[in-house]
Each structure stands twice: as C-alpha cells, then as structure tokens.
Design a binder for this molecule. Sequence first.
Ligand SMILES: [Zn+2]
Ligand SMILES: [Zn+2]
Ligand SMILES: [Zn+2]
Length: 305
Amino acid sequence: MRDLEVILCGTGTSSGIPLIGCRCAVCTSDDPRDRRTRCGACLRYVDDDGTPRVVLLDCPPDHREHSLSLGLDRCDGIYFTHAHVDHIFGLDDVRRYNAVQRTPIEIFAEPETMSALERVFQHIFRKQDNVNPSFVADLVPQAIGPGSTVVRHGLRIEPLRLLHGRLPILGFRLEAADPDGTPSTDQPAPFPLAYCTDVSGIPPETWPALEGLRTLVLDMLRPRNHPTHFTIDQAIDAATRIGADSTWFLHMSHEIRHAELDPQLPPGMRLAWDGVRLGAGPGVGGRDSDPAADASAVADGAGGE
Ligand SMILES: [Zn+2]
Ligand SMILES: [Zn+2]
Ligand SMILES: [Zn+2]
C-alpha cells in the first residue's frame, strides 16, 4: 500500500450544518469549517499491484458532492456503520462507479443494516420488479459483524461493536495488511485508524481493538446530553482513555462553533472539518493543510449575531 489518504468528506450531524431555516451564529458563520455535510469518509491508496483503490465508509446523502469535489471515479467497497438515513442515502449515486469501472461494488454491513438497505433501495436490490428497465447500482452484499475482519487489496478492516443509544452499530479499525492478511508491522500514516461515528457507548469487548491507534475518529455531537451520541465531555473522556496519537471529532451539531471549541481541546485532539485529510505529519496532522487556516480570523471578525 502506498499514497494512502484518509479524507473525512462530511463531518456534520444528520441535518447538515447550516440547518434549514436556522439563523444561529454557527449556521450563519463565514468560517468554512462550520459548514458540515453528513458524515462519510473516503480512503484512497495504491495497492501492491499498482492499482488505485477507493474505499468508502458510509454513503451519506452528500456523497455525490463529496465525490465530485474529490474527483472520485471508482469505488472498491463501501463499509456501512448503520442504516440511519444520514449514512446511507447516497447509495443510489454509486451506479456511476459501476458504469466507469465496469465491475460490481462490494458493500459490507451487518445483516440488520443490509436488510434496511434492501428495503430502502428496492429498485437496486429487486431490480427485476422495476416497471421500466433502468440503470441501477450493481452491488454485491457481504455480511460482516464484530470479529469478521475483511481484507481486500492490502486493506484490513476490522468491524468493532459500538452502541448508538440502544442500537448496536459498527465502527471500523483500518490497517494495511500483509499478503497473509495480518496487519503490516509498518503502518502508513494515518493508520492504524479507528472510525467511530454515531456512538454513545463503547462496550467492554471493543476497548482492546482501540489500542495502539495512530488516529481516532470519534463522534462528538454537542455540549448537552443526547441519548445516542457522545457529548463534548464524553467524547474527550473516551478519546483520552483510548489515547490515540491524534483524535479527530465529527458528527457535530450547530451547537459547536469550530473556532471557539477547537483551540480548547486537549493536545492531540481536534475538530474535523469537511474534506480534512488525515495523516499529514506526526502527531496531530492537517493543521498545515487546513484550507481555512485563516478562518479563525475570519470567524472572529464575522461575529455572527
Ligand atoms: Zn449519523
Ligand atoms: Zn443553527
Ligand atoms: Zn445514526
């Protein structure tokens, strides 16, 4: 594996930020980091055969815009955390990758999530029932769950059990794999990485799989309690206990203003923003590549209301 990039394409909660019809300081902020689309991540790398690979974590309603902004032209697999609308409603658009690459796309999800996908996207999964023959995505469902590690094209993905309120969902530990499927001893940055969105609890059996991380991506919804997401304090506590070299928070609501909270976070922790590329340098990467490096000045001057 070479030329690895992990991009957090969307970093907002299910409504997206700004919220429709909201005039709060964050929703009207001039800081581009306060504009948050729905959460999904993209991994790009070149495998050992020299083939460029693209893997998606979830497929949010904003996937089409994410894809266009990154110039994606293929997809080698989609891994779903759970079936909430903000994580799956971009799936129809992946048919373009089928058209370009002329191969089916494997989609990986727990059986419950897969059932929901099949129910929501009947026109894809039961295309024989469509009234007119139409071009729909060509997908290969693959059932996964905690303990069922997947290795494809030098990428090793271990599903992790997380709790999203009472709903059991998946997080993912991502690493480069040797040809025998075991984790490579020399991991390219930002690996080993764990992607843990939409989480309010980490069950005991998952903690060992969160050890030795270079990078953690973790849910942080807002300051106030929420039944299905970590608050700011809960997210910081969990990140502190996990102890990754770098932690990036995402799935944020309009109650979090980037320029206000980001500087207050403990060392090694940062708020993500849409399009941030992880793994630029040691420790907390990305600060130098921040497209809005001057945005704190912009935001301070903007004032909101
Ligand atoms: Zn969500
Ligand atoms: Zn707002
Ligand atoms: Zn959710």
